[in-house]
Write a protein that binds this ligand. Structure first.
Ligand SMILES: Cc1cc2nc3c(=O)[nH]c(=O)nc-3n(C[C@H](O)[C@H](O)[C@H](O)COP(=O)(O)OP(=O)(O)OC[C@H]3O[C@@H](n4cnc5c(N)ncnc54)[C@H](O)[C@@H]3O)c2cc1C
Length: 467
């Protein structure tokens, strides 16, 4: 383990009031975005429920009416949640500003199960409810729907597709599949959503009977589908054409990682921050079909963007075969793992293995004031510590303190003979922001250590290289 550093007091004097005020302004802005998003979600929910009640759904004359009303209500809530899920996966800037990509995807994923159960309840309650009104059993009613209602037959197909997507998204099942296969099945969702639309307007009494309700529901679809089309399809293609992204350089490193530098025109318009990632698609016969997230491994300079990748599977391995001139499509910048998310005074950048890449970029970033960064590089051997020479050099130029914690696993996040806690090596840890990037379990130990020593939750920032 080795060290170099500048005094904490000197660091504090330089920070000054202005930077603190600026942080306060950013924190207020962030909560404004979050509150607005939450407010919008509540507004949509209240409006949806109001339209449901206004449609006379609660005018029950017999218990079966309650069954049918509940059947319609569960369908309404499930569809509203699905549209919300689409918004969360759209990578739209307001989602990105309010939540950051990984949090948005976590919420997206966590809504999958409730949506699944609500849709099954929706179908079951209406088959039973409508069947009992027509004196038909469950199978007869289902057969009747398939034979007499095209819209409902389509929605039954939609439910079958969503059940497949639901089952394959269960973690235990998902882990067994290559990411690409899982992702391809996940795309069934869009077909399922489209197949369910006709019965919502054709059969669903909430939206077929009232024009304001119909306009409201169509508007929700336009916002959800529109965000996806614009931010997941149109913008990446438009930007690739406008900025003419191309591979400029491919460097293979001794530790097996490869750095790819992508150049283009007016990249500063993207306002990418060191620490952020993009979802990259390299337009070669081998790689064009899949896009992968990789973090920037150097601070963006307005002319180029660099990533450094450890081969993990086919596509990350294939990057070493890239040649200068290859066209690139990049979605982003994404993630809130950067200096503008800071709320504290000092900065701790701690990464394991290839997880050091975004932290190396943050160390180089001009927003990092000289002497305020502490970098902790964790790896089992020096061969698994990418970009080490660059990090050592940057630590000197940035006056940062660098700890190389190399060796076998110890109890916590460190080695048996290394520092057993962040507080041992970082004075005033509780006033710092801690940026951690590495394998999930290891990051969890670092975060627990930081929390244990008083680092507030909003000052702990984690990036995980797996979704
Ligand atoms: C936000 C983020 C930033 C990342 N930054 C870097 C980086 O700077 N350097 C680096 O070496 N790696 C990084 N990764 C990990 C990198 O994306 C995966 O290693 C890569 O996608 C593996 O693809 P593959 O085809 O080679 O391997 P596969 O064998 O297909 O997959 C290996 C693992 O990677 C995951 N994975 C595969 N494809 C994707 C995908 N499109 N999206 C998300 N996960 C996927 C799979 O779930 C699987 O666990 C990052 C991941 C995330 C989520």
């Amino acid at each position: 383990m080795t060290t170099t550093s500048l005094g904490a007091r000197e660091m504090e004097r330089r920070l000054g009031f202005a930077e603190h005020a600026e942080r306060g302004r950013r924190a207020r802005q962030l909560s404004l975005w979050r509150d607005s998003l939450l407010g919008a979600a509540w507004l949509v929910t209240v409006a949806g429920v109001a339209f449901f009640f206004a449609s006379g759904a609660m005018a029950w004359t017999a218990p079966v009416d309650a069954v049918n009303a509940l059947g319609r209500f569960t369908g309404l809530v499930a569809t509203a949640l699905i549209l919300f899920q689409m918004g969360l996966a759209s990578r739209a800037p307001w989602i990105e500003r309010a939540l950051g990509h990984d949090k948005a995807l976590k919420i997206h994923g966590s809504l999958g199960e409730p949506v699944f159960y609500l849709l099954v309840a929706h179908a079951a309650l209406l088959v039973v409810g409508q069947g009992s009104l027509a004196s038909r059993g469950i199978l007869d009613q289902t057969a009747w729907y398939l034979a007499h209602s095209r819209d409902i037959a389509l929605s039954i197909l939609s439910l079958a597709l969503l059940l497949i997507v639901g089952v394959t998204s269960v973690a235990a099942v998902r882990r067994r599949w290559p990411y690409e296969t899982w992702h391809a099945i996940h795309l069934f969702t869009y077909a399922a959503i489209a197949l369910a639309v006709p019965h919502q307007f054709g059969v669903g009494s909430t939206f077929s009977s009232s024009t304001p309700a119909k306009v409201f529901w169509i508007a929700l679809y336009v916002i959800a589908v529109g965000s996806l089309v614009i931010w997941r399809m149109w913008m990446p293609l438009y930007r690739a054409a406008r900025h003419r992204l191309r591979v400029m350089r491919v460097e293979r490193h001794d530790d097996g990682t490869v750095s790819v530098t992508v150049g283009g025109r007016n990249l500063h318009y993207w306002n990418a921050h060191a620490g952020q990632f993009f979802i990259w698609r390299f337009l070669t016969p081998e790689l064009w079909a899949t896009a992968h997230p990789y973090s920037l491994s150097a601070a963006p300079d307005g002319r180029s963007l660099r990533i450094t990748v450890k081969p993990l599977g086919d596509d990350s391995l294939a990057l070493r075969r890239l040649r200068p001139g290859v066209r690139v499509v990049a979605e982003g910048p994404l993630g809130r793992f950067h200096h503008d998310s800071r709320v504290g005074r000092g900065v701790v950048l701690i990464g394991a293995g290839v997880g050091i890449t975004p932290l190396r970029a943050m160390l180089e970033d001009k927003r990092a004031q000289r002497g305020e960064c502490t970098v902790i590089l964790r790896a089992s051997t020096y061969l698994e510590a990418p970009l080490l020479d660059e990090i050592r050099q940057l630590a000197v130029t940035q006056g940062a303190t660098l700890y190389e914690v190399i060796g076998p696993r110890g109890k916590g996040w460190s080695t048996p003979d290394g520092p057993q806690s962040l507080s041992q090596i970082i004075p005033r840890l509780s006033t710092c922001d801690v940026f951690v990037c590495g394998p999930e379990k290891w990051s969890a130990r670092v975060k627990a250590d930081a929390r244990h020593h008083g680092v507030p939750e909003e000052a702990i920032h984690a990036e995980e290289f797996a979704w």
